[in-house]
Write a protein that binds this ligand. Sequence first.
Ligand code: NAD
Length: 295
Amino acid sequence: MAKVTFIGLGNMGGPMASNLLKAGHEVTVFDLSKPAVEALVAEGASTADSAKAATQGAECVITMLPAGKHVEAVYLGEDGLLAALPAGTLVIDSSTIAPETSRAVAEAAAAKDLAFIDAPVSGGVGGAKAGTLTFICGGEVATYNKARPVLEAMGKNIFHAGPHGAGQVAKICNNMMLAILMAGTSEALALGVKNGLDPAVLSEIMKQSSGGNWALNVYNPWPGVMEGVPASRDYQGGFLVNLMTKDLGLAFDNAVANQASIPMGSLARNLFQLHAGQGNGELDFSSILRLYKPD
Ligand code: NAD
């Protein structure tokens, strides 16, 4: 079992840290939110006054932060963690951020002889709670192999996508597809309901037909159709519209940089941006349904 420091205890990081504790790891946590820290301390984690203090004696540091600017602030610069960690420490960033940002952190880590991988996740809050996340790793194979036993406490499928930044590229592609599927699923359900169909019956039909997909099968956006998903609790918790908009922005920037064409991804980005602009940024991303069903 390892001494692990976990930084960023939000919708995803909280349950991930909890699963590390359940697996018997010695976990120290830090977050800017006191209640988030207290919840993990109640489960047996230690804490400290700052991110740097929390990493004292850590064999492995994991971050699960909202966006690239938070990852840069935590790791880089004179006050960043990379400057303070002893050589050989395993450093895993599971936030979804731009591949270039991951590569910049990897380069700074290598200069300090730290073993860094990007390891963004898929599977949502449900997967984080159940310990069934998919980890999509980028970095050296030796570092990936070193990280696997720790990641196995939080996930079921652990992939090596390629060199530094490759985990982020794969994750960005996945989330662009997810946004398209969630918007498309909402559109199809809204059309059926306009025709007088029961959304639950239509969902069941499409699940068993060629329209079946993850958004429909396990994260139905129509309120009341599926238990335990954000749509059935007023779109609270889950994966925020603001975070999906961030990921679609990453896909868009990446497409521009690589001269790739993403017409569906661009449309999805505009739909989610419009929805965020209407005051829905803090709701789960399945609330995109409200664009089609405003009442
Ligand atoms: P969140 O906003 O719920 O949590 C982020 C946490 O980071 C917050 O508790 C915040 O206080 C903390 N934080 C911010 N800056 C900090 C700092 N400098 N030091 C310490 N703590 C700091 O976000 P989330 O939903 O947990 O997502 C985290 C990352 O995972 C994002 O990059 C997101 O895109 C990705 N992701 C989320 C989901 C999901 O379903 N929510 C799924 C896959 C990937």
